[in-house]
Ligand binder design. Structure first.
Ligand SMILES: [Zn+2]
Length: 294
């Protein structure tokens, strides 16, 4: 595994000094991002460096100095995250893997009429109490799995469902998705992935922090302890005895500071058996990281 840190800096967030520093000091590793959404003349850049490099240390020292000055534009935001690149062999040897869903789309279910019961006013944790209603024309069409901007709504293709059923995988069922334009009609192309497998809590070996530059603090924690807003500074570790052995499962721990349409979300964990099945079928829309049972 090769670990990188992806640093993101934006003039819109008041990080002009960091943008200038990255552009002048690491021109080859820095690229402009955001395209047309970013106002003309306003820079948002990303710089990718190895986490064990002198370059990373130099960037870390720069950001830590800004944070020591107490500048809100450096303190209030997560600046960067880890990227872990694996060889095929490493992924094929992992007992379990963390599944990360890549494509996002909107509007989310609640904007289309899906009903939620909010269970916590602090972190916005909620229970979905109706079937999912979505404008399925907005689902990323060339992907087999995607999620809405609500984070907790996972949409899978009929091909995904077939692979899951044919491979006799365990830990999920598939719920109907009703069409926003015609709420009596169930989509034939898309289903909601409803994970029932339980992966338990995270083991303490999992390192959480604000971002790679402030590893000892998390951004936010629900006062009622449902969820935590933090970056994963290490791979994910789970208790073997708490994992129920399903091919797909979710953690009891929730992540993210939900508000309005956003809900805190568990991590998705899959077995090597499921990894083999989705790879063989060349399903699209996700990436995997190695996770560990201890
Ligand atoms: Zn809460």
């Amino acid at each position: 595994m090769t670990e990188y840190v992806n640093v993101r800096a934006s003039q819109t967030l008041g990080q002009d000094d960091l943008v200038a520093f990255l552009r002048s000091r690491f021109p080859a590793a820095t690229k402009r991002v955001g395209g047309r959404r970013i106002a003309e003349g306003t820079y948002c850049v990303e710089t990718k460096v190895r986490s064990d490099s002198a370059e990373f240390e130099e960037i870390r020292d720069f950001i830590q100095a800004k944070r020591k000055e107490g500048l809100p534009s450096y303190f209030n935001f997560t600046i960067g995250h880890y990227l872990r690149k694996y060889s095929k062999k490493e992924l094929c040897q992992a007992e379990i893997l963390r599944l990360l869903i890549n494509p996002h789309f909107e509007p989310c279910g609640e904007e289309c009429g899906t009903i939620y019961e909010t269970l916590c006013s602090e972190c916005n944790w909620a229970r979905q109490t109706s079937d999912l209603i979505l404008d399925t024309r907005r689902v990323p069409q060339h992907n087999d799995i995607s999620e809405t901007i609500a984070w907790v709504e996972w949409v899978v293709s009929s091909k995904f469902v077939k692979v899951f059923v044919d491979s006799k995988l365990t830990g999920a069922r598939f719920r109907p998705i009703f069409e926003f334009k015609n709420p009596l009609k169930v989509s034939t192309d898309w289903s909601q992935l409803w994970v029932t497998g339980n992966a338990g809590a995270l083991a303490d070996a999992t390192r959480l922090g604000r971002d790679p530059f402030s590893p000892l603090e998390v951004s936010w924690r629900c006062p009622l302890e449902h969820s935590v807003s933090a970056s994963f500074l290490s791979e994910v570790y789970l208790h073997r005895n708490a994992w129920n052995g399903s091919d797909i499962s979710v953690t009891s721990a929730l992540f993210g500071q939900g508000r309005n349409l956003l809900r805190p979300v568990p991590l998705i964990v899959i077995s090597q058996r499921m990894y083999q099945a989705v790879e063989r079928a060349e399903l699209k829309g996700f990436s995997c990281e190695v996770a560990h049972l201890i």
